[in-house]
Design a protein around this ligand. Sequence first.
Ligand SMILES: Nc1nc2c(ncn2[C@@H]2O[C@H](COP(=O)(O)OP(=O)(O)OP(=O)(O)O)[C@@H](O)[C@H]2O)c(=O)[nH]1
Ligand SMILES: [Mg+2]
Length: 345
Amino acid sequence: MAILDTAFHRASLATPHGDTKAERDRLRARLKVVRSCATVVRHLRLAARRFAPPGLTEFERALVAGAFGDETLDRSLRRLRRAEERIRDLSRDAEQSTRRASSSEELGDVVRACYGRLSSFVREVDPDIERLRSISEFLRHRPHLVPGAPTLVVAGFPNVGKSSLVGRLSSARPKVADYPFTTLSIAVGHADLGFDRLQVVDTPGVLGRAHRANLAEEEATTAVGQAATVVLFVIDPTGTSGYTLEEQEALLARWREEYPSLPIVDVETKSDLARRPTPRLRVSASTGEGLDELWSELRRRLRPTGELPPMQEATVEEEGAGELSDEGADAAAAEPPRRRSRRRD
Ligand SMILES: Nc1nc2c(ncn2[C@@H]2O[C@H](COP(=O)(O)OP(=O)(O)OP(=O)(O)O)[C@@H](O)[C@H]2O)c(=O)[nH]1
Ligand SMILES: [Mg+2]
């Protein structure tokens, strides 16, 4: 294990001062013990640095839970903390033993015993260090969503044109291609709502097979359930995505049931390819048809709940004392999307 090599190498570089050989031997042993333990502790801290306060956002925690399992992160962090405490104890005890040792042989025994225990502590937490490294790497490739900011999650079946629409609606320029699962993880772009900055989240396609979702689908569902202020559910009625209208509508119906308090705006896209009578908004990412109407609908759904219509606002000002103080209104407007638990049968 590289960390032990580094720790022992650093410890071996100790150059103690002292008048007698016995003094120098004792100091060298002390430095070896203290330095090797300190190097390992520093390494453990580095592995956990990404998770130190203020820590992950609730959404990041949900993403990590979806990809690595519910308790994995906390368990590994706990193990690392425990290992750190044990290494600190080991360092203190071994240092005291170097003070008591009466010969250089005894000092050698103290150092060897310390190195042995340190090695076994590191071996125990090595899988946790690896896991934390994987989780940090996973998060490095996910966009940071500002908690509480209005967030539009664009979701639907694979290959229906979600990324094409995200490209039209926001600053994001996601990859677009004519096959399913082009998008494999969430990405974010931004748009100006006039009254706020909107986070527009592109997601991988979801096939809607209950209990058989792959990791990309899981991630999309997490974004819908945990990050969305409003969901834009993209339906491709043309058949060019490879999925039927019926299966897409079945997923829409299921999400409406699972997230009863979540506003879901459904649109039919690729209107340049096929026209059919539909009560839904009809858009085309290719020609831009219907995008103005879509924006109006989205603005209407995204307007902060604390904001009053002009007439009411005037009345409140006149009366001088509304039930909602300025502070309260700000807080209501800034209220983050609530964590939505899925409704289960
Ligand atoms: N004609 C037409 N083609 C479109 C439109 N929107 C998307 N497409 C095409 O549909 C295909 C899929 O588009 P994407 O935007 O990559 O679809 P997606 O839903 O993000 O796909 P995944 O990331 O794989 O789930 C591409 O070949 C696009 O060029 C549209 O409005 N009109
Ligand atoms: Mg895509």
